[in-house]
Ligand binder design. Structure first.
Ligand code: HEC
Ligand code: HEC
Length: 235
């Protein structure tokens, strides 16, 4: 009896081994700008989906609700996340959204994930923005949590290993739609976008070429244009 219990607990622990993300890690080569823009279109379809947007809201800190086929609307029960983004000032999100990596099975219950439920930081606001604006927010370290391209990929892998918010969004349980594609597709598309130098649809043509030109550095080259690659995005 004891031995059986031990065997079972060993089985359980290998199934949820820590740090296991269960994804194929894509190789980061170098891709042409066109491929990067095509990959961005697919990333954009994910990051503008309500499952992601409902947490990536403005400084008012009101999470959104949206049922299939309905326009997003403010979270019921007057929930406000506050500056903490997790409701510490009023009613913590975790009062209802528990932290658990078990699947979500009950429609209309407060969804849960393996990470403590909370809104994304204000600078990562994506609601009310055009997809090309979200593109520049995502590649700018000042608005993406200080991340370069590779760290964006790491962020997805880390999320998968903790069954965090991105992983939940692709498997949100009954009564909620998921963004197009799978988590693996989203990882692959993000990697392709990064490998192409994170181009955005509104980039001037030359700036994108500079961003993708990560080859050998010629010490005699005139770097005047390179320094401007990111200008013109503000405002
Ligand atoms: C009093 C309980 C309660 C509290 C506190 C609460 N929520 Fe919720 N939340 C719910 C319930 C219940 C749902 C599901 C509603 C439904 O599907 O009809 C929900 C749904 C959501 C959704 C929608 C998920 C989706 O995309 O379908 C988000 C986002 C959300 N809550 C964020 C938060 C945040 C952030 C906080 C803390 C600031 C918070 N909630 C606090 C009960 C709560
Ligand atoms: C429950 C709320 C919630 C949901 C749902 C959610 N996020 Fe987030 N997101 C956060 C929080 C909190 C952070 C900040 C934590 C961090 O940076 O790791 C964040 C940060 C991010 C970042 C990091 C910003 C950057 O540029 O590095 C990305 C990318 C991201 N989310 C993508 C997504 C995508 C894609 C989805 C949907 C598939 C999604 N999020 C759904 C709460 C959420």
């Amino acid at each position: 009896m004891k031995r059986l219990a031990l065997a079972l607990s060993l089985l359980a622990s290998t199934a949820v081994a820590e740090g296991e993300h269960g994804l194929d890690v894509p190789q980061l080569g170098t891709l042409p700008k066109e491929d990067g823009l095509a990959a961005w279109d697919r990333v954009a379809a994910v990051v503008t989906h309500p499952r992601c947007l409902n947490c990536h809201v403005d400084e008012a800190g009101v999470p959104l609700w949206s049922e299939v086929g309905e326009e997003p609307r403010p979270h019921g029960m007057h929930i406000v996340a506050g500056e903490s983004r997790m409701g510490i000032e009023t009613l913590p999100c975790q009062t209802c959204h528990v932290t658990s990596d078990m699947p979500n099975t009950v429609p209309h219950a407060a969804p849960h994930s393996g990470m403590d439920w909370q809104l994304a930081p204000v600078e990562m606001q994506w609601t009310g923005k055009r997809p090309d604006e979200v593109c520049t927010i995502l590649r700018n370290p000042e608005t993406n949590g200080g991340r370069g391209g590779e760290a964006l990929i790491e962020h997805i892998l880390h999320d998968a290993s903790e069954r965090g918010f991105i992983t939940w969004s692709f498997d949100p349980g009954p009564g909620r739609s998921a963004p197009p594609g799978s988590l693996q597709d989203h990882l692959d598309d993000t990697a392709a976008w990064v490998a192409a130098g994170m181009p955005c649809p509104t980039d001037p043509a030359e700036a994108v070429e500079d961003a993708t030109d990560t080859g050998a550095v010629d010490p005699d080259a005139d770097t005047e244009t390179g320094a401007d690659a990111d200008s013109g995005e503000e405002g």
